[in-house]
Design a protein around this ligand. Structure first.
Ligand code: ATP
Length: 149
């Protein structure tokens, strides 16, 4: 199904804003970006990523949407504690949690990111993560081989 991603993400951001805790800032150089995807699955992925960003950080969250060649990138950025390089390669594994978050009251099973990755792969996308301790985390959904208008 073809959807317009900026309004799709804006709707999701609004739902999250209504929970009242934090602002989610949407950023894109384009007015409209169309993509072929499975909307309810993409929605689930964004819920997981926004949920994590809210769980692990206190500051505003940024969602950046851009397209480059035949790929579309949707990044969820937070300014939380970040994840150290020894843990980062494992965060997509089922039940993997970083020590400090294991101790947290915020709970979680260590399943969110592994589910998010399988969902993204089910519509031929990719899910990547970059993080720097003390600066924050960026999780990026990459939708490839899109027919761009
Ligand atoms: P849940 O199953 O409820 O999502 P979870 O958040 O522990 O629980 P994942 O989403 O799979 O599980 O994340 C795995 C681990 O990666 C987390 O336990 C946490 O340590 C780390 N992590 C994930 N997202 C972030 C983030 N935005 N900032 C810092 N650490 C993160």
């Amino acid at each position: 199904e073809e959807i317009e991603l900026i309004s799709f993400c804006e709707q999701m951001a609004q739902t999250f804003r209504r929970t009242g805790k934090r602002d989610i800032k949407l950023q894109s150089e384009d007015k409209e970006i169309y993509a072929m995807t499975i909307p309810h699955k993409l929605e689930q992925v964004l819920v997981i990523l926004l949920d994590n960003a809210m769980k692990y950080s206190d500051a505003d969250i940024q969602v950046v949407i851009k397209r480059q060649m035949d790929e579309i990138f949707i990044s969820v950025k937070d300014r939380g504690p970040g994840i150290s390089p020894e843990h980062l390669p494992h965060v997509f594994e089922r039940f993997y949690r970083v020590d400090s978050s294991r101790a947290r009251k915020t709970g979680g099973n260590g399943l969110g990111l592994s589910i998010a990755r399988s969902l993204v792969e089910s519509f031929d996308g990719k899910l990547g993560i970059q993080s720097k301790v003390g600066e924050g985390t960026v999780v990026t959904i990459i939708l490839s081989h899109q027919i761009l208008i």
